[in-house]
Design a protein around this ligand. Structure first.
Ligand SMILES: *Cc1c(COP(=O)(O)O)cnc(C)c1O
Length: 458
């Protein structure tokens, strides 16, 4: 019996002995190509010597300080570096971009989103708009597992035991999910316009003067599998938020830090959509340390400075020097080696391979992606886009078949509405080799072939 409370109390997870580059080496001697970076985390692969050296050096210099009284250059430098992060940076010197002015480092994406919920409320508190107590989020969104961040998430299964206990002052609008929800008689632009119209109706129903923020993933990660918004959607959302004084919070915990081929996923939205708050996480430390961040724009910083002049929030391990130093080493490697644009280029290649290999397959309904974040969505009937019954576990079967063949992908269920639907997510390291990319796709082909046999489908 393990002493560790694993995710499952009955199934024991695989024991990893060591990991290097794109591979996990299991204690039983098998090697697994990590095609999903855990959960889109391992952006530069495992075991990078430069990151390890930087982390050890920071530990030797200063392993911990409490931010109530102290700061470190590791944390200050990382904040500066991250705020400068923009796909446009090409040695033109320091550029503070996107209006994001301060970074707040925490230990997880959930904590980053908690911090965002709190600073957004504090912003209106300082402005005297005390009636703003409501958040609007989207269905089919994941923002974390703590009470606040789960309250703004709509992952149906995970919420069930906590219904009645989660925060009540949150409502959900439809996701921007073309494959399932754009009507046949709508163009992409018309679909975007309808969603923005529905969002405004929702704001008006709640009372826009009561709303704190609207929260969305620019590219939806795990819940529905790399879903990008229709053209014009986010600029419409930004205008609505401006019209009613509502803050716009982008959750880029999964899609940010280069994953989609630009540092921030929102950089690829038409019309230069700028958020008030961005949360980042998974790719920030690349898995070397637990670290995530909340970034806020000058509007928020200035309001707090003029008001109480403190952020009424904090954690023991915030801006942890060792974590910050590891993340800074990861980010420096990404910038130096041009890995964000490589991620974009490799993503185009991966997309072409996936379309060539799976475009015509009977049970592959949609192939979608941006950068090195791709999803295959599986359906029972391609014409009607009808998903498999949940009991078949099509995605889980593909995942297991691929794993047995030596490639780890990220399986997800509830793609369509939180209950039915299957997809797998691919999110390899930005520095994955072309050969490894080929192994990934050819292994997936074999896994698909095994899973699509009649005996697997009943
Ligand atoms: C993973 C994730 C989170 C939660 O991050 P944790 O580090 O697991 O707490 C929040 N938002 C999105 C979009 C995520 O993918």
């Amino acid at each position: 019996m393990p002493a560790l409370l694993n995710r499952s109390l009955v199934i024991h997870p695989y024991l990893v002995d060591h990991a290097s580059g794109s591979y996990l080496h299991l204690a039983d001697g098998r090697s697994i190509l990590d095609a999903c970076g855990g959960a889109a985390v391992a952006v530069i692969g495992h075991g990078n010597a430069e990151v390890i050296a930087a982390t050890a050096a920071q530990m030797q210099r200063t392993s911990y300080i409490h931010t109530g009284a102290y700061t470190t250059t590791a944390a200050e430098d990382l904040a500066k570096f991250v705020l400068e992060c923009t796909t446009a940076v090409n040695g033109k010197g320091i550029q503070f971009t996107h209006g994001l002015k301060r970074a707040f480092f925490v230990g997880s994406g959930s904590e980053a989103n908690e911090s965002a919920l709190k600073i957004a409320r504090q912003y209106f508190f300082e402005k005297g708009e005390l009636q703003r107590q409501h958040y609007v989020s989207r269905r089919q969104a994941y923002h974390g597992n703590t009470f606040g961040s789960m309250s703004i998430s709509s992952v149906v299964g995970r919420r069930i035991p906590y219904e009645g206990v989660l925060l009540p002052n949150i409502s959900f609008v439809d996701p921007a999910f073309e494959y399932h929800y754009r009507r046949d008689n709508e163009t992409e632009e018309e679909y975007a316009e309808r969603l923005v119209r529905e969002l405004e109706e929702h704001f008006l129903e709640i009372g826009p003067e009561k709303i704190i923020s609207f929260i969305a993933e620019p590219v939806v990660g795990a819940t529905s599998g790399c879903v990008t918004a229709p053209k014009g959607y986010f600029s419409g959302v930004r205008s609505l938020c401006d019209k009613y004084g509502i803050l716009l919070h982008f959750d880029e915990v999964l899609c940010g830090m280069g994953r989609t081929g630009s540092y921030f996923a929102f950089e690829q939205e038409d019309g230069g959509v700028l958020p008030d708050i961005v949360t980042i996480g998974k790719g920030l430390g690349g898995g070397y340390v637990p670290i995530a961040a909340m970034l806020v724009n000058d509007r928020i910083v200035d309001t707090l400075r003029r008001g109480s002049s403190v952020f009424n929030h904090g954690h023991t391990f915030q801006a942890h020097p060792t974590a910050c130093s590891a993340a800074l080493a990861v980010q420096k490697i990404i910038r130096r080696e041009g890995l964000v644009s490589r991620c974009g280029d490799m993503g185009i290649k991966l997309g072409q391979c996936l379309r060539a290999e799976f475009g015509h397959r009977q049970y592959v309904g949609d192939i979608r992606g941006r950068g090195l974040l791709w999803a295959l969505e599986f359906v029972k009937d391609k014409k009607t886009k009808t998903p498999f019954e949940a009991s078949i576990g099509f995605g889980a079967q593909i995942h297991q078949a691929a794993f047995d063949l030596g490639v780890a992908v990220y399986p997800c269920v509830g793609t369509v509405d939180g209950v039915v639907g299957d997809h797998i997510l691919l999110a390899p390291p930005f520095n994955i080799s072309e050969i490894e990319l080929d192994i990934m796709v050819s292994t997936l082909r074999r896994a698909y072939h095994e899973t699509s046999q009649p005996h697997s489908l009943t």
